[in-house]
Design a protein around this ligand. Structure first.
Ligand code: ATP
Length: 343
């Protein structure tokens, strides 16, 4: 069953020079109950903007253009912001922004952040009741209760990030959107964060999750399904195993080839940089947005807007070539470092 249903969402930044930057362009997705959806793409592809847009955070310079965001059939875009804030945000859908752990006010104890959230949503709740709920939740999540009395800068990076996740999910939101929750952490802390996020799902505190990262391979341990984003658009959707080990779109392939730390099952893959940079979204080029970096691009890729197309196993991707042709291209001319297209 789909908890979150997004259709043809378009959102944009209006710059001071009155230029529109469509950072989320015609994005559709279905988030199923019990599932983790990974969103991967290079920096600047629109992942964080998608997260902000899903939360209804339309504050200048970010604006809504068109499309729908439905939770259980209610289109969030039709709700007054106050209703969205009090009835949906934090309870139905919660968001952990990038680098949230470094944004905690260092002069307040952890329990105070939890009190603020709980008192906002349950006016009249007593402080000792908040503490009881927080202690029980922290125990379930394997966080020592002493953390509640700590100041943020008394915690290690990994512990601080797990604490931020515990604070953000104190109201048991059905959908959790985590933006790069493991970046800037060492491998051990990354694993602890991922384990905790799995615990939140397994224990039913959170029903579904969106996990945003620029490290596509990391999603192998986290996500059930993956969407790859490029220049504001989704370019491929499939199960985690399919997208990681058998990607169809040339960009997903390139992203997988550019991993720095080879992991189990990928150790023999050649390391390739993706030449060039994503296009400037102020002036989106016609045709395929990846064409200038794609070694397989030809004249078909130059002009028309490229639509999503179906592939085997209910997968979808955005390319002029059909799946069979792409696989043939990969066989004949593998995406290898030796013949990278010049930027
Ligand atoms: N305040 C802003 N005003 C104008 N353009 C913006 C603004 N914030 C982001 N953008 C542009 O929107 C596009 C998408 O940015 P976004 O931060 O969503 O990408 P991202 O994939 O999350 O990257 P990162 O991983 O670096 O956060 C980029 O082209 C970026 O330059």
């Amino acid at each position: 069953m789909s908890i979150l249903k997004v259709r043809n969402l378009r959102t944009y930044y209006m710059t001071r020079l009155k230029e529109s930057v469509f950072a989320v362009d015609d994005v559709s997705l279905d988030l199923e109950e019990g599932k983790v959806m990974g969103i991967a793409g290079e920096s600047g592809c629109g992942k964080s903007t998608l997260a902000l847009s899903l939360m209804g955070f339309y504050f200048p310079p970010l604006h809504y253009d068109s499309g729908s965001i439905e939770i259980d059939g209610t289109n969030l875009m039709t709700l007054p912001y106050e209703k969205l804030r009090t009835e949906y945000l934090g309870q139905e859908i919660a968001y952990i922004p990038q680098a949230a752990m470094n944004a905690l006010n260092p002069t307040r104890k952890v329990i105070k952040f939890i009190e603020d959230i709980m008192k906002e949503h349950k006016p009249g709740i007593k402080s000792d009741e908040v503490r009881k709920i927080a202690e029980a939740k922290f125990e379930e999540l394997n966080l020592p209760p002493r953390v509640l009395n700590a100041y943020p800068n008394e915690l290690s990076g990994g512990m601080k990030q797990r604490t931020v996740i515990a604070i953000s999910t104190i109201l048991n939101p059905r959908i959790l959107i985590a933006d790069e929750p493991t970046s800037a952490l060492d491998v051990t802390s990354q694993k602890a964060v991922i384990k905790m996020m799995r615990t939140l799902l397994d224990k039913g505190y959170v029903k579904s999750m969106i996990f945003i990262t620029h490290e596509l391979p990391l999603l192998r341990h986290v996500a059930d399904d993956i969407m790859v984003m490029y220049a504001g658009e989704i370019v491929e959707k499939g199960t985690s195993t399919e997208v990681i080990f058998d990607s169809i779109h040339p960009y997903s392939k390139a992203l997988m080839g550019s991993i720095i730390v080879p992991e189990e099952g990928m150790k023999h893959a050649a390391l390739t940089a993706i030449p060039g940079a994503p296009p400037n979204l102020k002036k989106v080029p016609p045709g395929c947005r990846f064409k200038d970096r794609c070694k397989y691009a030809n004249e078909k890729c130059q002009n028309d807007h490229i639509e999503m197309r179906d592939a085997s196993n209910n997968r979808v991707y955005r390319c002029v070539f059909d799946e069979e042709h792409l696989r043939k291209l990969y066989n004949e001319n593998p995406p290898s470092p030796a013949d990278e297209k010049e930027a």
